[in-house]
Design a binder for this molecule. Sequence first.
Ligand code: BGC
Length: 800
Amino acid sequence: MPDKVKETVNKLDINEKSALVQGTDFMFTNSVERLGIPKVRMSDGPHGLRLQKEGGDNGVSGSEPATAFPAGCCTASGWNSENLYKMGKAIGEECAYYGVNVLLGPAVNVKRNPLCGRNFEYFSEDPLLAGELASAQIDGVQSEGVGVALKHFALNNSENYRFMGDSICDMRAMREIYLKPFEIAVKKSKPATVMCAYNKINGVYCSENKWLLTELLRDEWGFDGLVMTDWGATHDRTEGLKAGLDLEMPGDTPYCRKTVAKGVKEGVISKEVIDTACGNVVSLAYKTQLKKRAEADFSSHDRLCAEIAEDCAVLLKNDGILPLSGDKKLCILGELFAKPRYQGSGSSMITPFKLTSPENAFNSAGADFEYSAGYRENTVEVDETLISEAVALAKKYGEALVFAGQTDLTESEGADREGMKLPANQLALIDSLLKENIKIAVVLFGGSPVELPFADSVSAILNMYLAGQNVGTAVYNLLYGISTPCGKLAETWAEKYEDIPFGEQFGKTVNEVYKESVFVGYRYFCTAGKKVRYPFGFGLSYTSFEYSDMEIFERGGSYTISCTVKNTGKMKGAEIVQLYVRPPAGVFRPERELKGFDKIYLGAGESGRVNISVPKSSLGLWDVKKGGFVTVGGEYGFLLCSDCETVKLAKTVEISGEAFINPYPDRVNEVYKNLSFEEVTDELFREMSGLTVPPLPPDKPVTLETQFRLLQGTFFGKIIYRAVTCMAEKQLKKAKKLPDGIEKDNMIKGAVFLKRILDSNCLIGMSMSAGKRMPYNLAVGIMHLCNGRIFKALKAIIFK
Ligand code: BGC
């Protein structure tokens, strides 16, 4: 701890200390004016500011206008750290304009399953790609003197049970996959803070997990910033402090404040523990004090949005219909043309400074088109009248540009998606068009992969993901070939959800068992040789590329792999060269893993060399017996690929390794090597991981951690549930009365999100995030009431 901070901490009294380690007004830390300790203002995050208007909690829709940059699903597809750096810097500038000291992001959790409701905010199923991009965003934001909160640490890979779920995962998968992006970002970019996740890891809540927050994060990775909770993730404040959790957010919980003060007085919380936590808060407050900017360049940020979106768009299919020729009148269908989905729903929802829909962009460019909605984006119900109108219009042209995608109804924070299908009304529209032999080019929006049953029958698919507030300009430029799609998928697009390993168990109970271990995403599909719709790393261009002259040099414990790439087409474009490494045979392991990548921009006919550097240490696997990464000796394949399945150039390298004894029983190794996942019972999982899957908690009696929607199983619980969730219904009714526009849309999204959050939360989570509005004793009282213990309930409520 720096001397200045130490001196300040020594002057704090017990009340000041217990105030400092908790937040206030939803997005602030407490100040101590007497000692000149300023407050720290925070704001979501991650891809722009959701700055609450008058301080306090105004719900997700009540935020100041800011630039809604493309979301993580989109920026990841650019495989371009520079985009993230520029975006981070621009967000940092907006933070300085609004006086925000800490941005709550980036969110770097690995996409384990395509249904995770929050995948739209996360970068990738690959830890290296996720870690590198997060790192660039952190560098960008922090270059403006603003801190970040790297989140959600860790294993928050599903939403349904995020508030009380247990992520049960073997150490190897954790080290090689789930913790890796955090490790990369922490070591490379020193985020000012880390936000711990709501969930448990192997039975221990992240917010009180000493191994996670201290032994790993600080002692092993060298993190020296502040650790805060996710909003309401506190369970036992004393255990949290002892585990290395500095700041409780959003705070204002009298119960925690008293617990800390009492714990310190009675010695349950040592002076060292409380002083370290306070020191970390004080350091953060000193380090992130900014000079407020008089202005932020919102117009250039708007342009940056389109630039990034164009660089990240993924062309999934094209029979030559794209780019469109400018002299043809177009038939455009699908309401997402007029009301595009450009960001996700939940805590990251931004009030955009400006919004340019594709319709706006086509109109301002003077494009000649006729439009018919075909479906409404705010429902999944099939509307035959809208479909007939759209088909009739399309028949006049024989071809149509169809806008489709997921909407806020099918995808948001707080709940996992129910399936991988597009909304039924959109599928019905596309089916009807295909039946009439209409030639279709599809523009897709959404935060995660969807099944594309029509992929073989349409002429083109341009996937925009969630491309930010200037989505319209980007779509226009890409469709007309003013720019070329330059992105590649940062996640696998499976043909159907049934192909996802252990997909049927995902998000179903509080026990989220990571039975597939390290076989996540393409690591599973490539090893199993299973067909997918579009593989990880895949993306077409309006031009074509040729690879040649692969070379590998070894120097100073690192390999440099290079090759020449030539643009053999007629347009300028970019190629993302991916290096996968195939390890020697032995212990179960993915057949290939991404170890590096490089993106090269080339004009028509131009060539250039790409260089990818791979430290030898990164080729290791986690040795569970030794407790460290080990590079196994043997023959490694170095594969230069255009996607994870398409090898362009390859060489083998003999690497002398370290001693390694396969730690797994033969049967475990065989089952996992053959990916015979039907044989992975709880018992085999235990043999592989050393972890026993705990029994599921009963629904009754109700505890502080029972999911809120389950309270309806009791008489009083049902009344309480209705009383609380009617808040969301009221908000929805109010929103529907508003005139059409961003405010109405955002308020509707906010209400839907609120309902999801309430349903999936629990009494303690609500109490810890609602401050004085739902004090702890009230949560305890409600619990007793649900269990029919009227006197106990009254006692808890009245005597606090
Ligand atoms: C989310 C965080 C977010 C926080 C504050 C939580 O519910 O999980 O990502 O930063 O709320 O809005």
